[in-house]
Design a protein around this ligand. Structure first.
Ligand code: NDP
Length: 398
């Protein structure tokens, strides 16, 4: 029996609220706090309709550490689940330290005025969380999150040493719009428009944005063009998987998505540099976000499947070995269950499972942790149980 507070009433917040409410025996009290109170109420209503469980709603600006600390001190939750935006990570970690509450998120910190993300800022909290006897679990979504656990599981059960990892993220879903993103458009576009980067033999190799692509045959989806991107789990996995020689991240995009993105970039709409419009300073990308469809509303229209997994090569008993460990999710099935498309679903479910791992103390250790640093077995078991079934296939070693 535990009390949790979910911060962020967006697409992912909706899934976390639904999935936690489905397990009332574990998450006995749920609070949902976010910037727009009405969004909390709408989620609470749909959770009530689907599960009969009541959720307490609170309006909160999570950038205000003092107010958030007071809220945590008053409510005394056992865990804070941060599914607001990456900009809030450090403020929420500070509030958790002040009020002595465990912390979990799904995306690493990004400064609002610089299109850059890295774990350094959050890893710097290690000593403070350790000293306070608190756990901070970073990146408990799908990628990062499940992909990190897939690697830890492969390391534990399939390989003596892992040499290369290719993380592959395919979304073959169609929402019917000419252009929309499946999670927060600002965060999504910032991620895609920055330089590609991968790690090889101890060095980071940088390439022009979207300049490297290859065709990959995804189970249940078929052949898709996947583009090399920098993604945050590369930073922690390159550090935490011993003997690793190379790790890359690939994501698929439709021709239509890429065409729109190119035009938006060419006209300056993806820039984070504020411009003056009739005396008001606005970030073009923030304006773009406000005219694009809200990802939280895409669920009903989105059809098709996602396939995300890790193509891992290495050695077992002196022989070369290669596996693909993956999940396939169906957008419409996710919508039927929690009124959300598969991208938010496959992020919210791992956040719910990570929360349970901290609350049941299987993963509760003072300090700041990435997912691959924990025992993967109980998490992998829960993925099958709570809606993200996975599979492993043997591939021909390269
Ligand atoms: P949304 O934009 O749909 O939701 C974000 C929510 O946070 C909104 O309700 C927003 O409120 C709220 N919020 C923003 N700023 C504040 C603030 N200062 N105080 C309180 N609440 C705030 O995003 P998603 O649900 O799609 O994504 C949520 C998180 O999940 C992001 O960090 C994203 O990067 C991460 N993610 C991780 C993935 C993974 O696999 N690891 C995949 C997909 C997403 P309002 O709407 O009122 O502005």
């Amino acid at each position: 029996m535990s009390k949790i507070i979910i911060i962020g009433a967006g697409g992912v917040g909706n899934v976390v609220a639904h999935k936690c409410a489905q397990s009332s025996n574990i998450f006995s009290e749920i609070i949902l706090a976010s910037k727009t109170f009405e969004k909390c109420l709408a989620i609470a209503q749909s959770v009530k309709d689907k599960t009969g469980k009541s959720i307490k709603c609170i309006r909160l600006d999570a950038d205000d550490v003092t107010i958030t600390t007071k809220l945590l001190e008053n409510e005394k939750p056992d865990l804070l689940i941060n599914v607001a935006l990456p900009y809030q990570d450090l403020n929420l970690m500070d509030a958790c330290l002040n009020a002595k509450v465990d912390y979990l998120d799904t995306a690493n910190y990004e400064p609002p005025n610089e299109a850059k993300f890295e774990y350094k800022w959050q890893w710097d909290y290690e000593e403070r969380f350790k000293k306070a006897g608190l756990t901070a679990l970073l990146g408990s979504g799908f990628d990062p999150g499940v992909t990190n656990v897939f690697c830890a599981y492969a390391q534990k059960h399939y390989f003596d040493s892992i040499e290369t990892i290719d993380i592959l993220d395919a979304n073959a879903g169609d929402h019917g719009y000419p252009f929309a993103t499946n999670f927060n458009p600002e965060i999504n576009i910032r991620e895609i428009t920055q330089k590609g980067r991968y790690w090889k033999e101890g060095k980071w190799i940088e390439v022009a944005p979207m300049s490297i692509h290859r065709e990959y045959n995804f189970p249940e989806i078929g052949k898709k063009n996947a583009y090399l991107l920098y993604h945050e789990e590369l930073e922690s996995l390159s550090k935490n998987i011993p003997n690793l020689k190379k790790i890359r991240f690939w994501m698929t995009f439709s021709e239509q998505y890429l065409l729109h993105l190119e035009v938006l970039q060419n006209v300056g709409m993806t820039s984070i540099k504020p411009i003056n419009v009739k005396g008001i300073q606005i970030q073009p990308i923030e304006f773009l976000k406000s005219v694009l469809p809200d990802p939280a509303t895409l669920g009903e229209k989105t059809k098709g499947k996602t396939c995300i997994g890790c193509d891992i090569s290495g050695l077992k008993d002196g022989n070369k070995k290669r596996i693909f460990i993956y999940n396939v999710s169906d957008h419409q099935k996710c919508y039927a269950e929690v009124l959300s498309q598969a991208i938010s679903y496959t992020t919210g479910v791992p956040a719910r499972i990570g929360a349970e791992m901290i609350l049941n103390k299987k993963w509760r250790k003072p300090g700041v942790w990435n997912m691959e640093e924990m025992d993967p077995d109980p998490f992998m078991e829960s993925l099958n149980k709570y809606g993200i079934p996975w599979n492993v296939i043997n591939l021909k070693p390269k």
